[in-house]
Design a protein around this ligand. Structure first.
Ligand code: GAL
Length: 416
C-alpha cells in the first residue's frame, strides 16, 4: 500500500516536472510518403516522450516546393512554426531576414561542432551561430531497380554507364514492361537531369555547371550530351507519368510494372516501409556513370524565433533530440538516408546505406562529393528554381531543341 502510494507520488512529481517545461512544437515538413511519414513519426515520439506536444504541419509535395510557399505566407503573417524543414543556402536567406532563433546554447552543450562534418556545420550557421540542425545525409545519384523485371527482360546486372542503361531499357521495353518509372513533376525532372549531368560529365563538370554556374560549362558539348541523354531517358517512361508523385513511381518498381527509377534514397525508405528487402526485392546502384561521385542532400530544420519560454525550451529539446544518437539511428533507418552525426555505428543499416556511408567518406577525399542542385544544396533557391523550370520545359516539350535548352539554362543560371 505504502509502496503504491509512494509510487503514485513519484509519478505525480514526474508528470508535474514534465508539465512545468512542456511546450508545443509545430513542425513544418513535407514527409508524407510511407517511409517519410514513419521517419517523421519517430521524431514526434521522441518529443512526446519528453512531455512536449507535437503539432504536425505537413505540406504534401515531394521536394518541398509547396511546403516552402506555405512557410513564406506563415512567416510573413508573423506566425511562424517552431521549426521548418529548410535546407542549404535557403537557411542563410531565412536567417538574413532576422526570423531564425540562435541555437548556440544547445549546440555547445551537445558539442555539435565536434559531431558534424565542418561543411555541414557551416551551412547550419549564420554569422557563426547555429540557426538550424541537420537530420541526415541523403544521396541523390541512385538508380533503383526491380530484380524480377531485370531477370524477365534478360538484363544481367545494374547498368554502369548509359550504353548499358539504354541496352537494358530496350530489353525491358521488349519484355512489355516500363523501363523507367518517372513522376513528371519539376523537381523530379531536375533530380534526373542532375544525375545525368554527373554521369555524363563527372563531378568536376557537375561542379562547374551546377555549383559554379559557369556559362562555358553550361554551353559546352558535355552539357549538350547531357540534355540528349536526358531526353532519351524520357522516351523510356510511360505516358501516364506527368504529375505523378515520386512514391507512386517507386511503387511501380516495387510492383514489377517498371524496371528502374532515378531517385534519391528516400525511395529506399518507401521500399523498406513496404516490407521490401534490399538486394532481394529491390536493387540499388549509383546512377549510370556516377559510382565515384555523391550528390549530397542534407535535410535540416531551421528554428524560428518564438516568444514563450516553454516554446523555446521545447524547441531546444527538439534540436538536441535531432542530433542525438538514438534519433539519428532510428530516423535514418526509416528514411533511407545515413546519419549526419559523425562516429555513428552502421551495423543495423542495410547494404545500400553502408555503401552510401563509405562513398560519402571516399568521395569527400577525391573531389567527387558534390551538392545536389535539385534539392537546394548548391545554389540560392531563386536560381535553382529557374533552372529547374528549364529542365522541365525541355522534358515536357519534345520540340524544344537542345541548343534552346542550353541557352535558357545559361540564362536561368544568371538569375539575380
Ligand atoms: C527531398 C528531401 C527528402 C525527401 C524528398 C522527397 O528534397 O530532402 O527528405 O523528402 O525531398 O520528398
Amino acid at each position: 500500500m505504502l509502496k503504491l502510494s509512494s509510487l503514485a507520488a513519484a509519478a505525480a512529481i514526474a508528470v508535474a516536472s514534465v508539465a512545468v517545461h512542456a511546450g508545443e512544437v509545430e513542425v513544418l515538413h513535407w514527409w508524407t510518403s510511407g517511409g517519410e511519414a514513419k521517419s517523421a513519426g519517430e521524431l514526434k515520439k521522441i518529443m512526446q516522450s519528453k512531455g512536449h506536444t507535437w503539432k504536425d504541419f505537413a505540406v504534401a509535395g515531394g521536394g518541398g516546393d509547396a511546403a516552402m510557399t506555405v512557410l513564406k505566407s506563415r512567416v510573413v503573417s508573423g506566425n511562424p512554426p517552431a521549426a521548418a524543414q529548410i535546407k542549404g543556402p535557403a537557411i542563410q536567406e531565412w536567417a538574413a531576414e532576422g526570423v531564425l532563433a540562435n541555437l548556440d546554447s544547445v549546440a555547445k552543450a551537445e558539442k555539435w561542432d565536434s559531431l558534424l562534418p565542418k561543411v555541414v556545420a557551416d551551412v547550419m550557421k549564420y554569422k557563426g551561430n547555429y540557426v538550424a540542425v541537420p537530420v541526415n545525409v541523403h544521396r541523390v545519384n541512385w538508380v533503383w531497380a526491380n530484380p524480377d523485371v531485370l531477370k524477365k527482360a534478360g538484363v544481367a546486372g545494374m547498368p554502369k554507364n548509359y550504353d548499358e542503361f539504354f541496352a537494358a531499357a530496350d530489353k525491358i521495353k521488349a519484355a512489355g514492361l516500363i523501363p523507367v518509372a518517372h513522376g513528371g513533376q519539376n523537381w523530379q525532372d531536375f533530380t534526373t537531369l542532375e544525375s545525368v549531368v554527373l554521369g555524363v560529365g563527372g563531378a568536376k563538370f557537375y561542379t562547374d555547371a551546377f555549383v559554379k554556374l559557369d556559362a562555358k560549362a553550361l554551353g559546352s558539348d558535355t552539357m549538350k550530351k547531357s540534355f540528349e541523354t536526358f531526353r532519351r531517358i524520357k522516351s523510356y517512361t510511360d505516358p501516364a507519368s506527368p504529375g505523378r508523385d515520386w512514391n507512386l513511381a517507386t511503387a511501380m518498381v516495387m510492383q514489377g510494372k517498371a524496371g528502374f527509377q532515378f531517385m534519391g534514397d528516400w525511395a529506399k525508405g518507401d521500399f523498406i516501409a513496404a516490407g521490401k528487402v534490399p538486394g532481394k526485392d529491390f536493387l540499388c546502384a549509383a546512377a549510370p556513370g556516377t559510382a565515384n561521385a555523391f550528390t549530397f542532400n542534407v535535410d535540416s530544420f531551421a528554428m524560428f524565433k518564438l516568444k514563450s519560454n516553454d516554446a523555446q525550451k521545447a524547441q531546444n529539446d527538439l534540436a538536441a533530440a535531432i542530433m542525438g544518437p538514438e534519433f539519428q539511428e532510428v530516423f535514418n533507418l526509416n528514411k533511407g538516408s545515413i546519419p549526419v552525426r559523425l562516429g555513428m555505428k552502421m551495423d543495423k543499416f542495410d547494404d545500400c546505406a553502408k555503401m552510401s556511408a563509405k562513398d560519402f567518406v571516399e568521395t569527400a577525399k577525391t573531389g567527387g562529393l558534390v551538392p545536389s542542385i535539385a534539392h537546394g544544396m548548391a545554389v540560392r533557391p531563386a536560381i535553382s528554381g529557374a533552372m529547374q523550370d528549364v529542365a522541365s520545359q525541355f522534358w515536357n516539350d519534345d520540340k524544344m531543341t537542345v541548343a534552346d535548352a542550353m541557352k535558357k539554362m545559361t540564362a536561368a543560371a544568371a538569375t539575380k
